[in-house]
Design a protein around this ligand. Structure first.
Ligand code: ADP
Ligand code: 5GP
Length: 206
């Protein structure tokens, strides 16, 4: 195909792209991302650092780097985090190495962050395209059902997550795409369509 292109034409997919997936707790971010990663070898997951304790099925280094407060302090002090935030009393941050090194090698990186993190990644001056995708469940009632059904929070923590969720929805206008996660397979296909389209974007250089 390359022999057909005029000089100077490149596709966005020739280099790395950062796909940031945000959305309220229970939207299905982790579920969608894990399906995407299993189907697309060009995608790498940015494993965040957190001081939150692991859930029963979570693995250190795969889902998060589970750190002590002191270990997290050290990452902040050494400038190792691209951005970080406090969510429900715990700190969460994106290690620079998880994103920058992979993008530079031409991989696409998928990030699971809350709305302020999404904005910070966009404004970080990475020098690579950043695509912001907001994931929502089909209704508020379904969001509540899913967070409760996951069984990872007590009632107090659940109520706080729902309060944060209401706030997060207000940030939808800052995003590039809105994807509804009604059926998981359909939501994964929708995000894959975005990824494919972004890779096919024509860049005009020179
Ligand atoms: P998030 O990472 O956005 O907080 P999760 O991926 O943990 O969300 O999903 C929250 C809960 O909802 C999990 O128990 C998950 O299995 C379930 N879930 C995710 N997507 C769907 C879906 N399309 N239909 C029904 N349940 C879903
Ligand atoms: P959870 O505890 O459900 O895994 O995550 C809580 C929230 O923190 C989610 O909205 C998730 O997207 C967000 N989050 C996870 N990692 C990061 C990160 O590195 N930076 C930011 N800003 N948010 C994160």
């Amino acid at each position: 195909m390359r022999d057909l292109l005029p000089a100077g034409v490149k596709l966005q997919g020739d280099g790395g792209i950062a796909f940031v997936i945000a959305g309220p707790s229970g939207a299905g971010k982790s579920s969608v991302i894990s399906a995407l990663l299993s189907r697309d070898p060009k995608l790498a997951f940015s494993v965040s650092a957190t001081t939150r304790p692991p859930r029963p099925d979570e693995v250190h280094g795969r889902d998060y780097y589970f750190l002590s407060e002191e270990e997290f302090d050290r990452l902040v002090a050494t400038g190792a985090l691209l951005e970080w935030t406090v969510y429900q009393g715990h700190r969460y941050g994106t290690p620079r190495s998880e994103v920058v090194d992979r993008l530079a090698r031409g991989l696409d990186v998928v990030l699971n962050v809350e709305v302020h993190g999404a904005r910070a990644i966009r404004n970080a001056g990475l020098g690579f395209p950043v695509v912001l995708i907001f994931l929502v469940p089909p209704s508020w009632e379904e969001l509540v059902r899913r967070v409760r059904g996951r069984g990872t929070e007590d009632e107090e923590a659940l109520a706080e997550r729902l309060r944060i969720a209401r706030e997060e929805l207000q940030h939808i206008p800052e995003f590039d795409y809105l994807v509804v996660n009604d059926e998981l397979g359909k939501a994964v296909a929708r995000v894959e369509a975005i990824i494919q389209a972004e890779r096919m974007r024509i860049l005009r250089c020179g």
